[in-house]
Design a protein around this ligand. Structure first.
Ligand SMILES: NC(=O)c1ccc[n+]([C@@H]2O[C@H](COP(=O)([O-])OP(=O)(O)OC[C@H]3O[C@@H](n4cnc5c(N)ncnc54)[C@H](OP(=O)(O)O)[C@@H]3O)[C@@H](O)[C@H]2O)c1
Length: 318
């Protein structure tokens, strides 16, 4: 049994703990918070036996074999380094770190020490992505890929009220690109590899970061456009267009309804059975990685995604 310690006491940690109950061979043993009382209250709420005050205490606990980091983005790198230094496998929330350079350094330290390091990019381990990949050969030569993740955040109300909030706080690595844009960018590189070039536009908000944006990426023979937003909702799906057919994807982070329309033919619907919790796939993969499953392709996909994020964050806010 792999005993996982959680860092962070927000709703995503609760969802993760619930996913762990769906996967054999793993359990949550402790929850860490900066505040001992908050750790106790959260552990009681999600039914976890142990607590710790801070990451160092968690790593020193005798019943913690691995950690899940769900802290603000800017803290990930130091927390990864501390855990890897202690020889403890790490599953870190997306974006794994702030830059591709930081990722390359963290990943190479983890590899040198033989410690598992994996980004908790749930869409990469979702059955919906596998279903999309399976249908791609039927599309013929790919000419356009349009992926989007646009969902207004309740926390945008804080920004509108003149307050700062972690997810939009540049000091904590917050931005819509880093929060939601990474999903379609990650799917893009998982399906098609790194593009030849990328250009972007970022829509600035009062918090001092992007609230929305678009990227245009060039591949040999096709174009990809990627949209993200945390300040508006979309009614549009994602789509991949080939010369023989188009494929419409309802939600790029967790595809559940795929519609393939052959040229001149009738639409065919493919339903993907949803796991009870969308984080189940990443939990299972993390467990398997600790047991020796190769993570080289995962490291590369994280690196390629972060290289795109680096390039897009260089674009001034409009
Ligand atoms: N996979 C998904 O679907 C998904 C969904 C949401 C978020 N995420 C990712 O999960 C991570 C956490 O996001 P979130 O929105 O949950 O973040 P958050 O609520 O701002 O912070 C998460 C936890 O970190 C601690 N924390 C908060 N502010 C801090 C600060 N200034 N310094 C140190 N610790 C602080 C808090 O725990 P304590 O106060 O108890 O220490 C808090 O519960 C991010 O990387 C995000 O991208 C992933």
């Amino acid at each position: 049994m792999i005993r996982i310690g959680i860092v962070g006491t927000s709703s995503i940690s609760a969802r993760f703990a619930e996913a762990v109950t769906e996967v054999d061979g793993v359990e949550i043993s402790r929850v860490a918070s900066r505040d001992a009382e908050r750790a106790r209250a959260f552990a009681a709420e999600i039914g976890v036996p142990g607590t710790a005050e801070g990451l160092s205490a968690l790593l020193a606990a005798p019943d913690v074999d691995a950690v899940y980091l769900a802290s603000p983005n800017s803290l990930h790198l130091a927390q990864i380094d501390e855990a890897v230094g202690a020889g403890i496998p790490v599953l870190v929330e997306k974006p794994a770190v702030l830059t591709a350079r930081d990722w390359d350094a963290a990943a190479s330290r983890a590899r040198e020490r033989g410690v598992v390091l994996l980004e908790a990019m749930r869409s990469a381990y979702d059955p919906g992505l596998a279903a999309v990949r399976e249908l791609l050969p039927r599309l013929g030569t790919i000419r356009r890929v349009a992926l989007r993740y646009e969902k207004r955040s309740a926390r945008y109300d804080h920004v509108l009220a003149g307050e700062q909030t972690n997810i939009f706080d540049p000091a904590l690595g917050g931005s819509a690109l880093r929060d939601l844009g990474v999903y379609p960018l990650h799917v893009l590189v998982r399906l098609f590899g790194a593009p030849n070039s990328v250009h972007g536009v970022r829509v600035g908000i009062a918090a001092g970061t992007d609230g929305a944006g678009s990227a245009l990426a060039a591949y040999d023979g096709f174009v990809a456009d990627v949209a993200w937003s945390k300040i508006t909702d979309t009614a549009l799906p994602s789509e991949i267009q080939g010369e023989e057919a188009s494929l419409v994807i309802d939600a790029i982070d967790a595809p559940r309804r795929l519609v393939l329309t052959p040229r001149g033919g009738r639409p065919e619907e493919v339903r993907v059975e949803a796991p009870r919790n969308p984080m189940v796939g990443e939990v299972g993969f993390f467990r398997d990685a600790i047991a020796g499953r190769d993570t080289a392709a995962d490291h590369e996909a994280t690196a390629q995604t972060l290289r795109l994020v680096d390039a897009l964050l260089d674009v001034p806010l409009s």
